[in-house]
Ligand binder design. Structure first.
Ligand code: ADP
Length: 193
């Protein structure tokens, strides 16, 4: 059954805030409502399974990995009424126009993505998606330092906070991320405002 109107929903927040969990919850409910659901994610995110979106808590939903968001047209089926997109921050700026086009055609588009990078700066196309959305939900994780709500993703390289200008990929380094609040988020070398 087609929706009377399309819409764009964005689920944003830092790592571990439950974005993927919430995306999966909405997709499962759409299936119960007998919607035709298709899910996409950037091919570079092979966090758990190549062909699924998977939450840190263990839930999963089948997904098609895309090299670029433009490839969505090769996979989109005519009778699809709900499109899920995970890790949207890794897609290029073209995603904003594509999502609008889908919604204008009557598709419900549910997008999950990091609103900020490890520096605490807006991440890729997320600002545009957040601005265009009909509904925005901003989730918080739990700060690993103090237990307060966390809105930032802390990048650690060999156990130390990553510097502002550290390269995106550091060969041979042990990297990890954790959720932190504003007070405990550390970015050495960040330019003063
Ligand atoms: P996201 O997609 O936002 O990275 P996920 O949906 O993959 O989040 O994972 C959320 C789950 O991660 C939580 O339900 C919880 O089980 C787990 N988790 C691990 N560390 C934290 C943390 N610091 N704060 C909140 N949840 C955490």
């Amino acid at each position: 059954m087609r929706h009377l109107q399309g819409r764009v929903e964005v689920i944003a927040g830092p790592m571990f805030s439950g974005k993927t969990e919430e995306l999966i919850r909405r997709l499962r409910r759409a299936v119960i409502a007998r919607q035709k659901v298709q899910v996409f994610k950037p091919a570079l995110d092979n966090r758990y399974a190549e062909t699924a979106v998977a939450s840190h808590a263990g839930g999963a939903f089948e997904a098609v990995p895309l090299e670029g968001i433009g490839q969505i047209w090769e996979h989109l089926e005519d009778d699809t009424t709900v499109v899920g997109i995970d890790e949207a921050q890794f897609f290029g700026e073209a995603i904003a126009a594509i999502v609008q086009r889908l919604a204008d055609r009557g598709v419900r588009v549910i997008i999950a993505g990091l609103d900020m990078d490890f520096r605490g700066e807006p991440f890729g196309p997320m600002p545009a998606l957040l601005a265009q959305a009909d509904q925005v939900d901003k989730l918080q994780a739990i700060c690993v330092k103090c237990g307060f709500p966390a809105s930032r993703s802390q990048r650690l390289i060999n156990g130390r906070p990553a510097r502002y200008d550290d390269p995106v990929v550091i060969v041979g380094a042990a990297e990890m991320y954790e959720a932190r609040c504003r007070r405990h988020h550390e970015v050495p070398g960040r330019p003063e405002a």
